[in-house]
Design a protein around this ligand. Structure first.
Ligand code: FPP
Length: 278
C-alpha cells in the first residue's frame, strides 16, 4: 500500500515546520538515543518507572509523526546491553513488561500507520515471553510498507561488531576450509554485510535527548558520518514536533563526508614547507 501524503494529519504546529523543510533533503534514517526518563520522573518527585511509562507514550507519538512524513527508517535505542547488566533487576523487569505491553497495545496503531516493526541486538537473550511478543508484532506488521521502526533491544554496538566478525569468520572458515588465513583481505563491505543493520542505510541523523554529549555504544560503525543533534529535552517530553525541529536543524548542516564543500584545485607550491615544531 503506497499511500498519498499524510502530512495533513500532522498537527498545525508540526505542519508549520514541515512546510519549511526542503523535501529534497529529508533524512532517510533517523536514530534516537531516548534518554532522561529517570530525570523527568525525578523532577516531578515521581518514581523512575513512571518516567519509563511516559517514555513509551513518547515512542508512539514520535513513530506516528515519522510515519506521517514518510520517514523510511526510524531506529530507537530502547534497551542497551549495559542497561540489562547494570540496572537493578526490578527496573529491568519493569522495562521488559513495558516493552511487552507496548507491543501488545500498539500493533493495531502500527498497522493503521503502515509501520513495520523490526529489532536489532542480542534479542535471543531477552525473556521468552518478550521474544514471543516481539515476534508476533513483527509478523503482524510484516506487510506494512511505510516507516520501518527498529527497536534496539539488548543492543550494544561493540557486541554487534564482535558478532559481525564472528559471523564473517564462520563464513570464511566454511569457504576456505584448508587455508591458514581465512580472515585476510577483509573489506568494509565484508563487515557491513554481517552487521545487524546490513539491510538498512546508515543513519543520516542521530538525536539524543536530555543533554548528554555521548553516543553510549549506539550504532558505532553506522554513525561514522551521521549528523548529531542533542536536545536538553527529556525523552518523555519529546514529541513529533521536536522530531521535525531536529530535521530542520539537520537541513541547516552541511554534510561533507570528509570532502570539501566546493572542489578547489588550489595550487600548492613545491617549496611550501611543512612546519615542524622544535
Ligand atoms: C533512558 O532513561 C531510557 C531507557 C534506559 C529506556 C528507554 C525506554 C523507553 C523510552 C520506554 C520503553 C520503550 C519502548 C519501545 C516501549 P534513563 O532511565 O537512563 O533516564 P536518566 O538518565 O534520566 O536516569
Amino acid at each position: 500500500m503506497k499511500s498519498a501524503s499524510r502530512a495533513h494529519e500532522l498537527s498545525p504546529e508540526e505542519q508549520a515546520i514541515y512546510r519549511s523543510l526542503n523535501p529534497e533533503r529529508m533524512p532517510a534514517h533517523i536514530a534516537i538515543i531516548m534518554d532522561g526518563n529517570g530525570r523527568w520522573a525525578g523532577r516531578r518527585s515521581l518514581k523512575r518507572f513512571l518516567g519509563h511509562q511516559q517514555g513509551a507514550e513518547s515512542v508512539q507519538y514520535v513513530v506516528e509523526t515519522a510515519s506521517r512524513i514518510d520517514l523510511p527508517w526510524l531506529t530507537l535505542y530502547a534497551f542497551s546491553l549495559e542497561n540489562n547488566l547494570k540496572r537493578p533487576k526490578t527496573e529491568v523487569n519493569f522495562l521488559m513488561r513495558l516493552l511487552r505491553s507496548y507491543l501488545i497495545n500498539n500493533v493495531q496503531r502500527m498497522n493503521d500507520n503502515n509501520v513495520r516493526i523490526a529489532y536489532i541486538g542480542r534479542t535471543h537473550e531477552l525473556p521468552a515471553e518478550v521474544q514471543e511478543q516481539m515476534q508476533q508484532a513483527a509478523e503482524a506488521t510484516a506487510r506494512n510498507t511505510g516507516t520501518v521502526l527498529t527497536l534496539a533491544l539488548n543492543y550494544g554496538a561493540r557486541s554487534e561488531i564482535i558478532d559481525a566478525f564472528a559471523a564473517l569468520a564462520r563464513e570464511r572458515a566454511a569457504k576456505h576450509r584448508t587455508k591458514d588465513h581465512p580472515m585476510e583481505h577483509i573489506t568494509e563491505a565484508d563487515l557491513h554485510r554481517h552487521l545487524y543493520t546490513a539491510h538498512m542505510p546508515d543513519p543520516d541523523l542521530v538525536i539524543r535527548t536530555s543533554g548528554e554529549m555521548r553516543i553510549s555504544n549506539f550504532l558505532l560503525w553506522q554513525i561514522a558520518y551521521s549528523e548529531i543533534f542533542v536536545t536538553e529535552r527529556f525523552w518523555p517530553d519529546f514529541r513529533g514536533l521536536h522530531l521535525l525541529e531536529a530535521i530542520a536543524e539537520y537541513q541547516r548542516r552541511e554534510r561533507r563526508y570528509g570532502g570539501l564543500k566546493t572542489h578547489t584545485d588550489e595550487e600548492i607550491p613545491e617549496q611550501a614547507g611543512v612546519l615542524v615544531s622544535r
